[in-house]
Design a protein around this ligand. Structure first.
Ligand code: FAD
Length: 396
């Protein structure tokens, strides 16, 4: 970082956390709960308002305005945590030798300890034409929800969702429940392909189709165009077309590793590489949440980041504490057909699938017949606790 371009505006703050998502805020809260009095600065590219990201995909059914999803404003959060909040400000670079970070407005903040909690960004697999780009959205934070909510307007809208993973399926169910006309387009042949074996994905497809959600599975998109202000037309590889008012891209998330990588920290495609104590390859710098790959695992769910926040708070407060992740299944918020999944981390020898209609259980077994993962739909979700006790921990 060239010294001539920047002016140092603060003395070294004890702890700087980049990111005010559940990971960054969770860490600050865990430190205060331990009675840790150090100075904390939280820096965020977004509004810094405190909200629960999982609730974003339940808001349209309940007709929730963005303010109703805001638990605390950034200012209230700063007061609660006795922390300095630097919001709507992107961090452009880390200078690990001088222990400073460069903000987009040219300010430089010093740190004794730096924590990267920068989350993951939506992957956009293709570029969009200017005529449709303003009506294509990804919802990955409260600001995104705000923009999409305002674009939806008051009447029912036609929404084409691209992607059939957790985010795509949850928004499909939620927007449908909110009275909108929903289509889902995805290259995979069944819903939730990374969480469910096909018979269970098909059970969810049946529930969605019966409810009136239009599914275009096994299809890729040839073009997204608009010849008027009215219709967006998505042309599929089989020649079919889907007309929509808005497009929601749910095509996956990639850990935001660019800052760390540019600063020379060790990163992998799964995130910033950290050990069980959430330490990066550089002293004084830690990472947690969706951006961190902990001992080879990046789960991108809430329970692992909460466990990481607790462990890191203890470590920073003087009790070195390695994190462990239990057998924590994902509860997918699709009320049309409840789904719980704990996907195996290695390819199973076989799936033992039982049940009928929407009530199906699938147990993944290794070659010794041991349970290594499971997926449940409908009434079978009640087996969640029993199977979680029997399955191996994600990071034991
Ligand atoms: C719609 C949806 C539903 C979900 N539902 C569930 C669920 O039901 N259960 C579950 O367990 N998980 C769920 N998840 C996943 C869960 O919400 C995430 O794992 C979690 O919220 C990630 O938190 P985070 O703090 O790591 O990242 P984020 O919430 O992404 O926060 C990242 C922060 O970093 C900031 N930032 C990034 N780069 C910079 C920079 N250069 N400079 C400054 N600031 C920066 C951002 O502004 C933001 O404040 C869901 C995810 C989505 C999208």
């Amino acid at each position: 970082m060239p010294a001539t371009q920047t002016q140092k505006t603060s003395s070294h703050a004890a702890l700087v956390i980049i990111g005010t998502g559940m990971a960054g805020v969770g860490l600050a809260r865990a430190l205060r709960r331990l009675g840790d009095q150090r100075s904390i600065t939280l820096v965020s590219a977004d509004s810094g308002d405190d909200y629960s990201k999982p609730l974003l995909s339940t808001g349209f059914a309940k007709g929730l305005a963005p303010e109703q999803l805001t638990q605390r404003s950034a200012a209230e959060l700063g007061e609660e945590l006795t922390a300095q909040m630097v919001i709507h400000t992107q961090v452009d670079a880390l200078d690990v030798d001088n222990q400073t970070i460069l903000l987009e407005d040219g300010r430089v903040l010093g740190y004794d300890t730096l924590v990267l909690a920068t989350g993951a960004a939506p992957r956009l697999p293709f570029s969009l034409e200017p005529s449709v780009a303003p009506r294509c959205f990804a919802i990955n934070d409260l600001d995104d929800y705000r923009h999409f909510h305002s674009a939806l307007g008051h009447g029912p809208a036609r929404v084409a969702i691209i992607g059939a993973g957790l985010v795509g399926c949850e928004f499909a169910n939620d927007l449908h429940a909110g009275g909108h006309h929903v289509s889902v387009i995805a290259p995979e042949g069944s819903l939730l392909p990374r969480l469910l074996p096909p018979p269970l994905g098909n059970a969810l497809s049946d529930a969605f189709s019966e409810a009136g959600i239009n599914l275009h599975l096994g299809r890729s998109i040839d073009s997204i165009t608009s010849e008027s202000d009215e219709d967006i037309v998505l042309r599929l590889d089989n020649g079919d077309t889907v007309s929509a008012d808005l497009v929601l891209m749910a095509t996956g998330l990639a850990p935001r590793t660019a800052l760390a990588e540019a600063a020379g920290l060790s990163v992998s495609p799964s995130g910033i590489v950290v050990d069980r104590q959430l330490r990066t390859s550089h002293t004084h710098i830690y990472a947690l949440g969706d951006v961190a790959c902990v001992d080879g695992v990046n789960a991108m769910y809430v329970q692992p980041l909460q466990a990481s926040a607790k462990a890191l708070a203890a470590t920073l407060s003087g009790t070195p504490t390695p994190v462990s992740f239990g057998a924590w299944p994902v509860v997918v918020k699709t009320p049309l057909l409840p789904v719980v999944a704990y996907p195996p981390t290695t390819t199973p020898e076989r799936w033992r699938i039982e049940g009928e209609g929407g009530d199906i259980s699938a147990l993944a077994e290794n070659k010794d017949g041991r349970l290594i993962g499971f997926a449940l739909t409908g009434g079978c979700v009640r087996r969640k606790v029993e199977l979680s006790r029997a399955a191996p921990a994600l990071l034991g």
